[in-house]
Design a protein around this ligand. Structure first.
Ligand SMILES: [Ca+2]
Length: 432
């Protein structure tokens, strides 16, 4: 912990004041860090999208159940903590397994030999290590150059633990891959909160969610942890980044594993709320976040959380009193479930103690304003356990992975068939 005792006391007082109400617009009075009158989300509004200063708290569990019965298919099984998916032009699916293996799924079969084994860090830590082989993204010109990116946690020669983005070239038959180059190294890492999601944005650039193990990292703009990073495809800094000398695109993040683009300007971005222990406030839990964020926004961690506000920081649009730990998030672009088209679909990682935090969450924002949540619903509550990846497939269906073989939610939670890749292909009427 790198904060002074004085700072810690201030944060503790703030948290108690805020949790005492858990209400919309908890203003953070009592904290020297928060002014309660700042713009919060109100600093937005460019591009014709108004940005209201609203933040709502789902007080009573994760939300209402969705009304549709879903047709869910098992695409593949026998995996160990599959973290991210990438769809190859020939129909194959690359899937990362957190212990360090890249696997190829072909016609429903996971090929026995990994495409690649990555030497990932192993760290002994309370509740288990969250690092390993995490995100994957194909280069936009993959069909020509066979390049793809991986994000993983590595131990360096001096025993420090970092997150790293490396670019690889996939062999023609997809059975192996070779290092092309290191794209970004030395993202500070720890036991938890690795971030790890990689995506190519609508601008064709590479975005990486980097989590913060040390809370203070998120507000230090010279540190890559606790940020959404934006980089050219070779890892260099885009000249139109908010700071043209920095990869930081959005700051004040605790641990994002899921984000997508509402339009060219606005990202929908999930962040994890506090566990409390990291700020010496064991009762400060829950408050996972759905944010709308633009280039240069500061999402507030570890100065504000929940609906509290502070000048120059952007509060979430929706947060939950009880933990709904979000992993991936993707906008449903398919038409098989027309009611979902345009919705932000979020997989969540509840533990056994918060089992209704294990589900697929649908967040519907207004078609002309992402800051307005029109509805949010819970699907597949406690059906498949912990859900990790959420990715739209080229077939227009939503693919997900389970994450039950990591022992985090339930040491006995790993089924005989291991973790799975699932896809939702349609609906089968409505709930009774
Ligand atoms: Ca936040």
């Amino acid at each position: 912990m790198h904060q002074s005792n004085g700072k810690r006391r201030s944060l503790r007082f703030f948290a108690l004041a805020c949790l005492g109400t858990l209400s919309i617009g908890c203003s953070g009075a009592g904290s020297s860090d928060a002014v309660g009158t700042g713009g919060a989300a109100g600093v937005g509004g460019a591009g014709g999208v108004p940005a209201p200063k609203t933040c709502s708290v789902s007080e009573d569990g994760p939300g209402p159940d969705g009304e549709l019965n879903l047709d869910v298919e098992v695409v593949a099984q026998g995996l160990e903590v599959p973290w991210a998916l990438a769809f190859l032009p020939n129909g194959g699916i690359l899937v990362t397994e957190r212990p360090g293996r890249l696997r190829l799924i072909r016609e429903g079969e996971v090929l026995p030999a990994p495409v690649l084994e990555v030497d990932v860090a192993e760290v002994e830590v309370f509740l288990g290590f969250e690092g390993g082989l995490l995100g994957i993204a194909l280069h936009p010109a993959f069909e020509e150059n066979r390049l793809f990116y991986l994000y993983f946690t590595a131990t360096k020669a001096d025993d420090s633990v970092v997150n790293r983005i490396v670019r690889y070239a996939l062999s023609e038959d997809g059975s192996s891959a070779a290092v092309d180059r290191v794209i970004l190294d030395d993202i500070p890492a720890g036991g938890h909160h690795q971030g790890g999601r990689l995506r190519i944005g609508p601008d064709g650039l590479l975005y990486a969610g980097a989590g913060a193990w040390e809370p203070w990292h998120s507000q230090d703009m010279s540190i890559l942890a606790g940020k959404l990073l934006r980089m050219n495809l070779d890892g260099s800094i885009p000249t139109d980044n908010p700071d043209p000398e920095s990869l930081v695109f959005i700051s004040g993040i605790r641990n994002t594993q899921g984000f997508d683009w509402f339009d060219d300007e606005h990202l929908l971005l999930m962040d994890h709320g506090p566990s409390g222990l990291e700020l010496d406030m064991p009762n400060l839990t829950g408050l996972d976040e759905f944010n709308v964020a633009k280039a240069g926004d500061n999402l507030g961690w570890a100065t504000i959380w929940g609906c509290s506000e502070s000048e120059g920081m952007v509060s979430p649009v929706l947060t939950w009193a009880k933990a709904v730990p979000p992993s991936s998030g993707t906008i449903y672009t398919g038409t098989a479930i027309p009611e979902w088209t345009g919705s932000f679909m979020v997989t969540t990682l509840g533990s056994k103690a918060f089992a209704d935090g294990q589900h697929l969450h649908r967040i519907q924002v207004a078609a002309d304003n992402p800051y307005v949540v029109e509805a949010h619903q819970v699907y597949l509550r406690e059906v498949y356990g912990r859900l990790r990846a959420a990715t739209m497939g080229p077939d227009g269906h939503l693919y997900m992975t389970t994450s039950n073989c990591e022992g985090r939610g339930d040491p006995d939670g790993c089924p005989e068939e291991g973790d799975s890749v699932l896809r939702i292909v349609g609906t089968n009427g409505t709930r009774e």
